[in-house]
Design a protein around this ligand. Structure first.
Ligand SMILES: Cc1cc2nc3c(=O)[nH]c(=O)nc-3n(C[C@H](O)[C@H](O)[C@H](O)COP(=O)(O)OP(=O)(O)OC[C@H]3O[C@@H](n4cnc5c(N)ncnc54)[C@H](O)[C@@H]3O)c2cc1C
Length: 444
């Protein structure tokens, strides 16, 4: 698949069907041809698939990874780059939905950042990492109250988080305060994905790119995994193709619901003007909306902002560019949060598919004999993906399952549809968020 970029005359923004962070690699590995064998085959070369294959290779397992485009092509190279211990969804909701699991989920998320820090340092990946931590910030007084409450829930559950005041902490003026999660920070996710890909290519793992998996069949001796040009016979398979896993016949029904989310990057901004916004902490910011807004600085003195409204899938999850109407709404949001940067032009836009679950936590389990899945980090897989992959790899090597893997392991492959990922819910979330914004402005 060839990426496209086009500049729309109407808004002057460059729309990319890949990512604004990096270019596609020029050294694409050859596709799988004919029939080969492996102990484990991994489907998908995102953070989760690469993390699994890297760890299996490290432990001496004969592993082959099949990627439909190139490793890092999916959400891995497209995301906003918040390396964070934040759980997807709302802490209050987690406490209500699965109170007994909250402490374990919080521990898993905290340790996923520690693991990723080790991976970045250990592999020496240059990904412009700023260890600032991240803030889930309030832009309305209602959100501020929720932040205080959620910070208490999270700290009671053992999270490395605290409530901070926006002015004292160094947030831009529109952000009143929020939950500071001090682990992690902001990275260039494209460079990170590229670093993992290089490490994988240098390992004993066999990597096949341009190899979209069409079917997975359990057999008496293991599994047969088929692409258009080849077949891998393996003892076990790990499905790690995130939102795209819904297109494989073997994955359990409702395992994951795909949502498309978009990002926009501004033109470079004078550093003095950036400092004058009050954003002295440089933390990555996401808001407390039902559908979060995100704002972060980059090493090229731009701001990347996004999400605010998600879109459901119609048909196959192919390559696409962001919807100009959504981009226009994102720019509107940016202008409201950063009034002093009213003349700063948006430069480029891109987006990607994330996988959502009913629990707002990733899901790992066994779909059939020797067929494992590890998918759907609910838009928070930058830290969680490689950590989950490494723990699953250890389990496949015969180790007792780590507690953090148990926290998201699904013993039975049965899933209810995710109500939050329906088109009605997505539209309602946007309307409710805009209405709450409006009420807050009117009442100030
Ligand atoms: C715009 C955006 C912003 C985000 N911001 C953040 C953030 O700031 N912080 C954060 O933690 N998370 C963020 N996320 C989410 C994060 O990027 C994902 O959770 C993470 O990339 C998931 O990793 P993964 O390996 O499971 O999936 P992916 O990275 O999506 O990788 C899946 C891979 O599988 C491949 N594939 C698909 N189908 C097949 C097939 N049939 N055969 C072979 N290969 C296949 C794809 O090509 C892809 O490379 C964001 C996502 C997006 C889109």
């Amino acid at each position: 698949m060839t990426e496209t970029t086009e500049t729309l005359a109407a808004d002057g923004i460059e729309y990319s069907s890949f990512s604004g962070w990096i270019e596609r690699p020029t050294d694409i590995a050859p596709a799988v041809e004919g029939e080969i064998t492996a102990d484990v085959v991994v489907v998908g070369g995102g953070y989760l698939g690469m993390g699994t294959a890297l760890r299996l290779a490290e432990r001496g397992v004969d592993v082959a990874l099949l990627e439909s485009e190139f490793c890092g092509w999916g959400a891995a190279s497209r995301n906003a780059g918040y390396l964070t211990n934040t759980l997807a969804g709302d802490a209050q909701m987690h406490a209500a939905m699965h109170p007994r699991r909250l402490r374990r989920a919080v521990g898993f998320a905290d340790r996923s950042v520690t693991y990723s820090d080790g991976l970045i340092d250990g592999l020496g990946i240059d990904c412009d990492y700023e260890r600032t931590g991240n803030v889930i910030a309030a832009v309305t007084r209602g959100q501020l109250e929720r932040s205080r409450w959620n910070a208490r829930i999270l700290t009671n559950a053992g999270a490395d988080a605290e409530f901070v005041d926006g002015r004292e902490f160094g947030l831009p003026a529109a952000f009143l305060g929020g939950i500071y999660e001090r682990r992690g920070g902001i990275i260039n996710p494209g460079k990170y994905a590229r670093g993992l890909r290089s490490a994988l290519m240098s390992s004993s793992a066999r990597v096949f790119e341009h190899s979209p998996v069409g079917s997975i069949q359990p057999t008496s001796t293991g599994v047969t995994v088929t692409t258009a040009s080849g077949t891998v016979r393996a003892k076990r398979v790990v499905i790690a193709n995130n939102a795209h896993s819904r297109d494989l016949a073997i994955t359990p029904r409702n395992l994951v619901a795909p949502l498309w989310v978009s990002l926009v990057e501004t033109e470079p901004i004078d550093p003095e003007r950036l400092r004058a916004t009050g954003w002295t902490s440089r933390v990555g910011i996401s808001t407390h909306h039902l559908c979060l807004e995100s704002f972060r600085l980059t090493s090229r003195n731009t701001i990347i902002f996004g999400i605010r409204q998600a879109e459901t899938a119609r048909g196959a999850l192919g390559a696409r560019t962001p919807n100009p109407t959504v981009v226009a709404d994102l720019v509107r949001g940016f202008r409201i949060r950063f009034p002093t940067l009213h003349d700063v032009a948006p430069q480029r836009a891109w987006g990607g598919w994330i996988g959502i679950t009913t629990s707002w936590l990733p899901v790992v389990g066994e779909a059939d004999r020797n067929v494992y899945y590890a998918v759907a980090c609910n838009g928070h897989g930058l830290a969680q993906g490689p950590y989950l992959g490494s723990m699953l790899a250890d389990r496949l090597c015969g180790d007792k399952a780590a507690d953090d893997l148990e926290a998201v392991w699904r013993p039975r492959p049965r899933f209810a549809p995710s109500p939050a990922a329906s088109s009605t819910a997505v539209r309602a979330a946007w309307r409710l968020d805009r209405f709450a914004d409006y009420l807050d402005r009117r009442n100030r």
